[in-house]
Design a protein around this ligand. Structure first.
Ligand code: PMP
Length: 416
């Protein structure tokens, strides 16, 4: 199937073109080129001599010479070439891509930035977009100002329900633009905690193909899968039509402060995002990219995988501690599925119709912070009986204490 990508580009996206200055930076690296064109500050005025990064395993990275120059200077918008190459190799290995397919990758300031740029280059005001219900509040905050028709599709422990999706698309009202895009968080969904298995992904992909929709696969928790059954088949890996843009992040596995994300997908669409970035952040932080590149190069994919295993083990233990605390304190006061990935529990508070009232006042008085379910609903005026609890940071003792306080609160509330 050949996709006409122009059909998916918003009016804003169509107006984004290459910046003359940014294009020069890419060609100024060619051998023998003398550039009087760019506006690069002269690095001899910068105060940094070298940067040493000590790692927890007692090894260290020293950034100096040419690497330091790169870290301190403007970079190509697609990203630091050596990091870009490393990440492309990673994508090839993890998502079974080959060189023959016309895909590309852009490094961004966290995946949040990539998502925001993608939404802007794809969607016009009034356009329709499909998301899971509930969905990531950070994406809703990108979508709301775009004045979109956001269509939330019901989810279960495996994420978006294919029958509901198909039904909704088949009965889409003719007075509203037909959706162009499905936005999904397939692994350790934020906030729902669901993880799609391969079968579910195949079903959703087939529907996207039938109705000719792009899939935006937001997968920052892909490497945080600690369940028995790991999903290795991303939407990107099954993308025979070239309709998937995949969003990855180093935030949950190396550091969220590095602010490094990357989007992978069809050349045409990644180029559109690149034009957007040329006019917004120019490129992700050079310092962060050089640090990440040196670390990843020194590890290679094998040691990257070892690191990932230890991160998974960490979150699995946290998840198990949370389950133990839930069983001890909340028993049948809440309903939930046990997440197989990510860092969130999505809990339905039984007997409570509007969790916001409880969470934003009474829970705070008891010194417990949870997020109310309504923050993740596509319709901002709807109420929810759910809360999102994160188990990434709290110690086992803190989890126990927090859930004990919540249990007291729920008992008080139900008896009133
Ligand atoms: N998508 C989802 C589903 C997230 O949970 C987050 C982080 N909270 C992001 C995107 C953004 O991550 P980052 O910008 O740090 O890569």
């Amino acid at each position: 199937m050949t996709i006409d990508y122009n059909k998916f580009i918003s009016n804003r996206g169509k107006l984004k073109g290459p910046s003359a200055i940014r294009e020069i930076i890419a060609i100024s690296q060619q051998p023998g080129m003398i550039s009087l064109g760019g506006g690069l500050p002269n690095p001899s005025t910068f105060p940094f001599k070298s940067i040493k990064v000590e790692l927890k395993d007692s090894s260290s990275l020293t950034i100096e010479g040419q690497d330091l120059e790169l870290a301190l200077q403007y970079l190509p918008t697609y990203g630091l070439p050596k990091l870009s190459l490393w990440l492309k190799e990673l994508q090839k290995v993890k998502h079974y891509l080959t060189d023959r397919e016309s895909w590309n990758l852009i490094i961004t300031t966290g995946s949040q930035d990539a998502l925001s740029m993608a939404m802007e280059v794809l969607l016009n005001d009034g356009d329709s977009i499909i998301t899971e219900e509930p969905t990531y509040s950070g994406t809703l905050s990108i979508l709301r100002p775009l004045a979109l028709n956001i269509i939330g599709i019901e989810t279960d422990e495996y994420g978006m329900k294919p029958d509901q999706l198909e039904q909704r698309l088949s009965t889409h009202p003719s007075d509203k633009p037909f959706p162009k895009v499905i936005y999904l968080i397939p692994t350790g969904q934020n906030p729902g905690g669901s993880t799609m298995n391969d079968k579910r992904k195949e079903e959703i992909y087939a529907i996207a193909s039938k109705f000719n929709l792009l899939i935006l696969e937001d997968d920052p928790y892909f490497y945080l899968q600690y369940g028995e059954e790991k999903s290795k088949k991303s939407f990107l890996s099954m993308d025979v039509d070239r309709r998937v843009i995949r969003f990855d992040s180093l935030s949950k596995i190396l550091s969220s402060g590095l602010r490094i994300g990357f989007a992978t997908g069809p050349q045409f669409l990644i180029e559109k995002i690149q034009y957007h970035q040329q006019s917004s952040t120019l490129h992700a932080s050079g310092m962060s990219q050089v640090i990440a590149q040196q670390l990843l190069t020194s590890w290679g994919i094998e040691n990257f995988d070892k690191h990932i295993e230890s991160v998974q083990q960490f979150y699995k233990e946290k998840r198990d501690q949370f389950v133990a605390a839930l069983l001890e304190h909340l028993g049948d006061l809440v309903e939930y599925n046990i997440p197989q990935a990510g860092m969130f529990f999505w809990m339905k508070l039984k007997g409570i119709s509007d969790s916001k009232k409880l969470i934003s006042q009474k829970a705070l008085e008891k010194k417990v912070i949870l997020l109310p379910g309504c923050a993740f609903l596509t319709n901002p005026s709807e109420i929810s009986s759910h809360v999102r609890a994160s188990f990434s940071i709290a110690s086992s003792e803190q989890m126990n204490e927090a859930l004990k306080r919540l249990s007291l609160l729920l008992k008080e509330e139900i008896s009133n």
